[in-house]
Structure formats: C-alpha cells, structure tokens
Design a protein around this ligand. Structure first.
Ligand SMILES: Cc1ncc(COP(=O)(O)O)c(C=O)c1O
Length: 375
C-alpha cells in the first residue's frame, strides 16, 4: 500500500460539530460560558461517575485552581512525578507552590510511593498523581498514603479520560481530578480543562476562583480572590458532540494499542508497559526502545511521524538547577527510551500495519548490519 503521510496525532471533527456550532450561533447564544457549558459539565460528571464537574480554560489551569481551592499557598509543597508533561509541575509553580519531583515505578510509569515517602517535608501539603497514558498504580495505596500523611490528593488525569482502576474512573479517587481537552486528547474542545470532585464545597471554591471570586455571575461583590478562567459555550457545543463519540473513540484507542502490541510482540528490542485494556484506554501508543531518535528518523523517512515522550522533568532547563544533585534513575531511563507512535483514532488498520512493517524493516536492517559487522 502507498500510504499517506501518517501523523502521530490528528483531531477528528465531522459534520456533527460543524452543524452544532452553526445551530448554536443561529440560536443567538452569547458564546461565553453558560448553559451549554453546564450541559457538558453534567455529561463529564456522569461519564466519570463524579458528583460535580467544572469546565475551565485548559488542563494546566485546572490543576492550579485545584491546588488553590484546597488551600495551598506560596511556599507549600506538592509531590509531582518526574515523568509527566511539564504542565503538571508548572501548574503549581505558577502560584508559588513548590513542585517536588518524585521518581516513578517501572511497571506503570506513575509515582513511586516509596520515593514519595522520602520526599516528604513539613511543607508537603498535597500529592499530584498522574496516570501516565491512562495507567495507574494501586489507587487504594495512593489514597491510604495521602490519608496517612494528611496530603490532599489531586489526580492529573489529563491522559486518562476513559481509564479506570478496578472499575472506578481515574480522577475520582482524591479531592479533585483534572482533565484536559486539548487537541491531542481522546476528545477535544480545542483547548479546555475540567475538574471533577465529589465534594460540592471544594468545587464551589474552584468555581469562585475561576469567576473573579464571586458566588455567581452578574454580581460585583467579590468576597474572595478570583480571576477569569472561564470556558465558552462555543467550545462546549463542540465538546458535547465529541463526548457523544467517546465510547467509540475509547474502544478504537484500545484496538489500536492492541494491534501495535500484537504486531510487534516478537521483537525483543521493543518494550511495552504492561497495559490492562479492560481498565485502560491509552490515549497514545508508547513504546520503549534503545535508540528512539534513530527509529524516529527511519519512520519519518517512510512518511510516519512519531514523537519522543517527555524528558524527565528534572532535566528540563527550568528545573535542572534545583535538582542538580538528585538522581531519578527510573524516570530518566524511560524518558530516554520512549517514543509515541501514530495514535489517532482516525488511523486505519492498514496504516497501523504499515507502521508495524516499517518498524520491522528497521529492526531487520539492524540485525543484518550486526551480522555483517561480526563477519
Ligand atoms: C499529564 C498532563 N497534564 C496536564 C496537561 C496540560 O493540559 P492542557 O494542555 O489542557 O493545559 C497535559 C497535556 O497534554 C498532560 O498530558
């Protein structure tokens, strides 16, 4: 098959979103956050099994709001895993809360609680748990750990919509769960974030923080600090159409992951992280290989886009100095090997098979050159 260029990720909108936006505009809606946002919030709360949901501008700000709503202040510390998108620690740093990086466990790539224990100080007030690519460790242990050490638990579930631990949706184990609806996510509103919480009071605090510190729109009495982190109904209209497609998208994400895994299973050079597809719907397909940059280049030459997973956070420029003397062997190791393969739910089976064949070709060529060099 002569393939199209296969992107690592692409959004998927169709006539449903276009029609919904058109109908909404014709209806005279004000575009700003109102009833459509409330409808989307209800849908997300129902889908995740949470009592409450609040939309906000993105999945970074949602984390900042969660930390503030829980009462964390300048100088307080929050534990954050060292392998995550930079938004997780930066959401804390934005308001002077100190992200304290913690190494990860090998079989899930999520925070290692033994390492978390080592990182505790009297200033530690919260733990931000990040289910990496929809996988989590033992959430009961995470909850127990937080209780024992009197930490607020926030789940940065940006990559975990549609993923569960023992049948309970990730993001619903702590005080707040945070989701992102940026373009590469399973469903998107362009930009967008959501907080879920079973505690109505915490969610009310979060709502005040995102709406100028007032208790409802239309009044100008601001009894608390607050800013403007509101969503828009035009995005909500898109989100409502996207969420209707969510069950199918999640199913497709699992099929894609499985197809890659089965197709590459016999290649010893490729490591997959154990993934229970009953509970986990990986947003991307992540593989771990010895020379990810060389494989990335080879794929690119064959019209396949892939992407390196995040560098370990402590090696990013803005964190490097603070962690010059600390080692994070597991996150460093996996960050140095990780590659995201094409993962769009739009991918056809033939395209996945093509990517698999290119990867196989790469390893065949490597094996041949090894044999030659031995001769
Ligand atoms: C784990 C994690 N946290 C937070 C974010 C930030 O979300 P947003 O881009 O909506 O701000 C992302 C985005 O990819 C993410 O993967």
């Amino acid at each position: 098959m002569e393939p199209r260029f296969i992107p690592q990720m692409e959004p998927w909108f169709d006539e449903a979103e276009a029609k919904a936006v058109f109908d909404y505009m014709k209806s005279g809606g004000w575009v700003m956050e109102f009833q459509k946002t409330e409808e989307l919030e209800r849908m997300i709360a129902d889908f995740t099994g949470s009592a409450n949901c609040m939309m906000t501008v993105n999945g970074t700000v949602s984390l900042t709001i969660a930390l503030l709503a829980l009462g964390l202040k300048n100088g307080d510390e929050v534990l954050v895993p060292n392998l995550t998108m930079i938004a997780s620690p930066n959401a804390a740093a934005l308001v002077g809360i100190v992200p304290v990086l913690v190494d990860i466990e090998e079989d899930t790539l999520c925070m290692d609680l033994h390492q978390a224990q080592e990182a505790l100080t009297p200033k530690t007030k919260a733990l931000m748990y990040v289910p990496f690519n929809g996988r989590s460790g033992d959430m009961e242990k995470v909850v127990q750990f937080c209780k024992k050490h009197r930490l607020s638990l926030i789940e940065d579930a940006a990559q975990a919509l549609g993923s569960y631990y023992k049948g309970k949706h990730l993001g619903t184990f702590g005080a707040f769960g945070s989701f992102s609806f940026s373009v590469p996510k399973v469903i998107t509103t362009g930009q967008g974030g959501a907080l879920v919480s079973d505690d109505a009071l915490s969610l009310q605090k979060a709502r005040k923080l995102k709406d100028f510190g007032r208790s409802r729109g239309g009044i100008d009495i601001h009894d608390e600090w607050g800013w403007n982190f509101k969503f828009t109904d035009i995005q909500a209209v898109i989100g409502i159409e996207q969420i209707k497609k969510l069950p199918w998208r999640l199913k497709r994400k699992k099929e894609i992951f499985k197809r890659y895994k089965d197709g590459l299973a016999d290649l010893k050079d490729i490591q997959f992280i154990p993934t229970d597809l009953e509970n986990t719907s990986p947003w991307f397909v992540d593989i771990f290989v010895r020379e990810p940059d060389t494989l990335l280049k080879f794929l690119k030459k064959e019209s396949v886009e892939s992407r390196r997973i995040y560098p370990a956070v402590h090696l990013q420029n803005i964190y490097r100095k603070s962690y010059a003397k600390k080692a994070f062997p597991i996150s460093e190791h996996y960050a140095s090997l990780g590659l995201w393969l094409p993962s769009s739910s739009k991918l056809k089976d033939e395209e996945i098979d093509y990517v698999i064949s290119v990867i196989r070709e790469y390893y065949n060529a490597q094996a041949k050159s090894k044999i030659k060099s031995k001769k």
